[in-house]
Design a protein. Sequence first.
Length: 196
Amino acid sequence: MGLIKGIFSLLLLFLVFISVLFVDFVYKTYSVSQREVRADAIVVLAGGKGRIEEGARLYRQGEGRLLFLIGVDPLVRKVELFKGSRAEGVFLEKVSRNTLENALYARDLIVKHKVNSIKLITSRYHMKRATLIFRNALPKDIAIYAHPLDSTNLKEDWWVHGGSFKLLFSEFYKYCMFRIFFLLAPGELRPLPVPA
């Protein structure tokens, strides 16, 4: 009987611990805000509604000297998305299909173009995980400014909206898995320094 009580107590403690971490994750997800700051490059993780349009808008306003559209459908052409005098600063990456690949392919563009700061655009629910992965994939001296976008599938009253709760918990789970990975393998994704 004592063993069962001990296991039950441990399980209860674990559930309380996970609940506290989840609520903290949700709070930070909703509290991150867009910063009015100019960056070397605007990096858009394609795939969510309005992301590319927001990146193009900020680029046109001069909030970045380059625009990297990451994870764009292979059939999309640059002229379909961006026309005008600044089109030469727009780059489409069409190979990556998930956030980890997004970060690795974006890193190649960022390093190649000697970018020192990025404005990262993705959906609000995805921002914490995307920022975590980018921070661990990019060289340490590159500044990352979050620019989250609200989406219709994430409601303010997430605790009563089943779809929002599932979406947030799914992101929380993936975020935790990457946190553990980076704790166990720090620097694993960072590029090797180029010998002088």
